[in-house]
Design a protein around this ligand. Sequence first.
Ligand code: PXG
Length: 286
Amino acid sequence: MGLKIYLNGQIVPQEEAKISVFDHGLLYGDGVFEGIRAYNGKIFTLQEHLDRLYASAGAISLTIPISKAEMGEAIKNTMAANNLTNSYIRLVVTRGVGKLGLDPNKCARPQIIIITDTIELYSKALYEKGLDIVTVTTIRNHFSALDPKIKSLNYLNNILAKIESIRAGAGEALMLNKDGYVAECAGDNIFIVKDNALITPPASAGILIGITRNVVMKLAAEMGIAVKEELMTRCDLYIADECFLTGTAAEIIPVVTIDTRVIGTGKPGKITQALLKKYRDLTVHG
Ligand code: PXG
């Protein structure tokens, strides 16, 4: 059976959830999005995701025509229409239907799409074995060009990186910034463990400020683990004791090789595993 989709205030069957070919989201990648998880009927970090969505929209001068509270309600109604308690929620707000030509003022009104679906995760085996990742030649967008903080529909930077990592047979693409410092992966933030402390690149490295990243930093602090936001080179990663990635879909996934170099013991690290356990407790039990 097909999914029910929220489209501009109505919940319609998947086959009827259609967008115009003149929508600037399609023509120019002009829009913003979010990926959110619901566990056992509860939407995890909903407010944080709504705040980021509206901030991304604000950064591209796009006014979302409904309030955050209304958006929250719309998500819940869409989940209910699909009988979902565990779900991956994809929010999309496009500039709307316009004319050919860049001018966003020619677009009548933003289109709001909410897809609630189940999610295909990395396999359980990968969490036990750990991921192999590679540094790619595609550098992360410079913030003066398109700030990685903005979760925009313009994801080509990340897709080009992903293509390289897939061709290399790796599980994720490590992206550096224009100065050569570690930024993040194509669709995940990165952490290392060094001398029992967590280190992750700061916002100034040019990254999406991941919501999972923020949760992990808070959990670590509660566990008495020191957390530092520092610029890192590839070398810093190579000599790390542990490494893992964070993201709404991936949660916390261990990394065991980077550019074929073995990290730490070559197995998921102790602190990584402890954090993953805490994260799962939090998401599943609230
Ligand atoms: N960095 C980038 C570039 C991302 O796109 C993250 C980090 C992790 O952020 P969160 O807030 O999820 O902890 C992301 C996550 C999708 C999709 O299809 C979403 C992401 C990545 C890939 C696919 O919804 N965003």
